[in-house]
Ligand binder design. Structure first.
Ligand SMILES: O=C(CO)COP(=O)(O)O
Length: 151
């Protein structure tokens, strides 16, 4: 895959997702980083977004609940360049009926070179980075070049 560089503005778009056993963790994490999060556009899968909004009052674009397709919606937003960071506290101890969707979301985040945090400590490091509230350059798949090579 050929990559090209894009420059991200200071205001980012962040997707927040957590499995049920991890929802208390993501709520605590959002409470801790509420001021930083408020500077950005936030997306979340349905239930995650609702519990975060209730606890923090943060303005969140709520998608469909994960098992009904929310993970796939986040993946689609990543391919459209509308999500810059993924915070996904997935549960390593529970099998999920929508495991293929979970895997697909993690795969698409890797394809599009999105920073991903899967636990609170990684998410703390993400927010602590000067890049979180600043401009930075990221490699993304060169879609035009990819299509030229195939047609
Ligand atoms: O299942 C999820 C992620 O795989 C999250 O969905 P909810 O936020 O609706 O619980």
């Amino acid at each position: 895959m050929q990559y090209k560089q894009v420059t991200l503005p200071a205001a980012k778009s962040i997707a927040l997702v957590a499995h049920d056993n991890k929802k208390p963790d993501i709520v605590r994490w959002c409470e801790k980083h509420k001021t930083d999060l408020a500077n950005h556009t936030l997306y979340a899968t349905g239930t995650t977004g609702t519990v975060i909004h209730k606890a923090t009052g943060l303005n969140i674009n709520r998608l469909i609940s994960g098992p009904l397709g929310g993970d796939q919606q986040v993946g689609a937003l990543i391919t459209e360049g509308k999500v810059d960071f993924l915070i996904f506290f997935w549960d390593p101890f529970e099998p999920m009926p929508h495991d293929p969707d979970v895997k697909a979301l993690l795969r698409i985040a890797a394809v599009w070179n999105i920073p991903v945090a899967c636990n609170p400590i990684s998410a703390d490091f993400m927010v602590a980075s000067p890049l979180f509230n600043g401009e930075f350059t990221r490699n993304v798949p060169d879609y035009e070049g990819y299509m030229k090579s195939r047609t």
